[in-house]
Ligand binder design. Structure first.
Ligand code: SF4
Length: 668
């Protein structure tokens, strides 16, 4: 939980002058791809998304990157490059956000050799024709005429941004994009004026900046987005970056610089999950702060909370801080932090589940803890409409579905009672928070507890309800959010005709819920069947290895953590598990548990092996905890304002639970 108090936000509250504009505070909603365009045009979805953050107090909003050329198109939701048709939509966004007090910047990009043919239908252009790290294609070495064409693309895009009402542009030179491909000697092997010496390698970026300035005049901000990927030889390192940024700063080519982490060579640090430390990019911003004389410096990358941002600005490590996921999770982060309501901020839990997890599959982004993201234009963002008539709402179950249903119903003015059978709120989500590095889940549950208290929700724990108790409560509306439970069968998708794993009834077979609630009695060597490829298996294996167990994972997937690829969390997990001595059998099925050993068959060649072990842990898909619903049906209650949300409908994750609960509570 953030511990920021009103008096703690004094540095964040200070205005900041950047060229001709004044930021009202130091909290920026930095550039990221929301992927929401409507046939390449900014529409209502974009407007709702950015306007909500402007209303929430963000001082500066950097609208997601605009490709500057046909070869720069990277995502399905990219805006149309080189097309004035985008102007009315952007004008609506900049006007609306300006009216709320935000400074508006537009990022411009070209990722050079790492393009995406599936979206651009163009070859990728690069300084020296080196292969893409995005896919397995080669790239085209630009001629000098083509370099000129790209520079013109940047300048035209900046001029168009000015027509759209933006206060400036931010040039993307991060993660090994086209600009930083020109900077680095290994990726710029040219022998003409654009390569070779340091000055020559700076020519591409400096030409773009100079010509933009000539075109747009003095009253326009030019920012520069850079990054460091420490220890990755192909990516920029901080010493070299300091030299480059100082060189541009001496020439006063940019007004601010923002420094992220990671690169296309190691994606896991670009949008860090909870596996990475907080404030990941701050040390690099601090180094840049020491070498610039003119430009303002922005810190970014896993600065999660307003309290962290305050500390960064207070210590002078950076002039301003970009908090992207924090303001996706709570669009009102800035205004709450600056008005003494920091403990009302719903913090991002660094899961990447619905932001990067959707963007990586080319959907528009949303948020696990805030399902209104992307629906602001139809759901009204984080401000819920009061109900015309207050009703008595009984919520049964205190997991994420029940908590969200109770909270939103209470926000809308209903009289809400939440009943939970366990001694604490949170359900299976609280157990997930016991996996290593996942205490942000527990922080989120604490936020729910504070909000329920603030909203006068009556909360009863240690209270098991039966159907007749529910009927006797005589509530106007009943929300059933009783969650799910382990199936206990060891069912594997790869063996659909085997309903129950032979040997699953041995006493030393446990669910991950047994493990995380510490009710399992495990010996030293544990075999873990990871059916789902997500945190259920991977996070529990990490938890067990952390506690000194020898763990062997059996999974049908080609790699451990396969479902975590979408959140860029799989490599870091595998790397940790490998360092902790965890072994795995991938593309394998579990044939039998003997009580002392697991019989495993390879799906590749059919070979079998026997793994001696002290216990078997099942990380399989749960089943709905629906006994009480069946009782209600028997009583004839379902259909009379009784609603089901979350895992009791179908066993899934907190994403589905919170989304369904909010959607329901907005209409009761
Ligand atoms: Fe944060 Fe997860 Fe929401 Fe992304 S989906 S903004 S990581 S809480």
């Amino acid at each position: 939980m953030s511990t920021l108090n009103c008096s703690d936000s004094s540095n964040l509250a200070q205005p900041l002058q950047i060229r001709h504009v004044t930021l009202r505070n130091r909290i920026v909603f930095g550039a990221h791809t929301s992927n929401m365009s409507d046939s390449g045009l900014p529409g209502k979805q974009h407007l709702g998304y950015y306007l909500e953050r402007a209303r929430g107090g963000a001082a500066m909003i950097v609208v997601e990157p605009m490709p500057v050329h046909a070869t720069a198109v990277l995502t399905r939701g990219n805006f149309r490059h080189n097309d004035d048709a985008v102007i009315p939509g952007f004008r609506a966004i900049t006007d609306a956000c300006h009216a709320e007090g935000a400074v508006m910047i537009h990022q411009l990009y070209h990722v050079g050799q790492h393009g995406d043919f599936d979206n651009s239908y163009q070859p990728s252009w690069s300084p020296s024709g080196l292969p893409s790290y995005h896919d397995n294609e080669g790239s085209h070495q630009m001629t000098e005429l083509e370099i000129e064409e790209i520079i013109v693309g940047f300048v035209d895009a900046a001029a168009r941004a000015q027509h759209c009402g933006f206060d400036g542009v931010e040039l993307f030179a991060a993660y090994n994009a086209l600009i930083d491909q020109f900077w680095l000697a290994w990726s710029n092997r040219r022998t003409d004026n654009w390569g070779g010496s340091f000055e020559n390698r700076m020519r591409f970026s400096s030409e773009i900046m100079r010509r933009i300035r000539d075109r747009v005049g003095d009253q326009f901000v030019i920012g520069l987005a850079v990054s460091v990927d420490e220890g990755v030889p192909a990516a920029l390192q901080i010493n070299e970056l300091c030299e480059i940024v100082a060189w541009h700063d001496e020439r006063r080519l940019m007004d601010y610089v923002t420094c992220g982490t990671g690169s296309y060579f190691s994606f896991d640090k670009i949008i860090p999950t909870f596996q990475q430390p907080g404030n990941l990019g701050v040390p690099y911003a601090e180094r840049l702060q020491q070498v610039v004389q003119h430009a303002k410096v922005q810190a970014e990358s896993h600065v999660r909370t307003a309290a962290s941002a305050e500390a960064v600005v207070a210590s002078g490590q950076a002039d301003m801080v970009s908090i992207v996921r924090g303001q996706i999770a709570d669009p009102y982060l800035a205004s709450k932090a600056l008005t003494g309501r920091a403990d009302e901020i719903r913090e991002c839990i660094s899961c990447n589940q619905m932001c990067w997890g959707r963007r990586s599959r080319d959907y528009w982004i949303s948020c696990l803890v805030n399902p209104s993201v992307g629906r602001e234009f139809e759901w009204g963002g984080d401000t819920f409409q009061r109900s015309e008539s207050a009703r008595d709402v009984l919520v049964v179950g205190g997991g994420p579905a029940g908590l969200e249903a109770a909270r939103v119903a209470a926000e809308r003015g209903h009289r809400v009672t939440l009943v939970e059978a366990g001694s604490v709120l949170g359900g299976a989500f609280r157990l997930a928070g016991r996996q290593p590095h996942r205490s942000q889940i527990t922080d989120l549950l604490s936020w729910y507890e504070r909000e329920l208290h603030r909203l006068d929700v009556a909360v009863r724990t240690n209270s098991t309800m039966h159907a007749d108790d529910i009927a006797a409560a005589n509530a106007d509306v009943v929300v059933m959010a009783t969650g799910s439970r382990p199936a206990g069968t060891g069912f594997q998708r790869g063996r659909p005709l085997v309903a129950e794993l032979p040997g699953v009834d041995h006493a030393n077979v446990w669910s991950i819920e047994d493990v995380l609630s510490q009710t399992a009695t495990l010996g030293h060597h544990v075999v873990l069947l990871d059916e789902t490829g997500d945190w259920r298996g991977g996070g529990t294996a990490w938890h067990l290895a952390d506690k000194g167990h020898k763990v062997t994972i059996v999974t049908p997937h080609a790699m451990v953590g396969s479902a975590l690829q979408r959140i860029a969390g799989d490599f870091e997990l595998r790397s940790r598990l490998a360092r902790m001595g965890v072994a795995w059998c991938t593309e394998s099925a579990l044939l039998m548990w003997t009580g002392t050993a697991a019989v495993v068959r390879s799906s590749l060649d059919g070979s079998e092996q026997t793994l001696a072990a002290d216990a078997l842990v099942l990380a399989c898909t749960n089943v709905p905890n629906s006994a009480i619903v069946d009782e209600l049906i028997a009583l004839g209650e379902v259909g009379h304002e009784v609603h089901l949300v979350g895992d009791v409908v179908a066993a899934r994750s907190a994403v589905h639970a919170i989304y369904e609960a909010r959607a329901l509570a907005m209409r009761i």
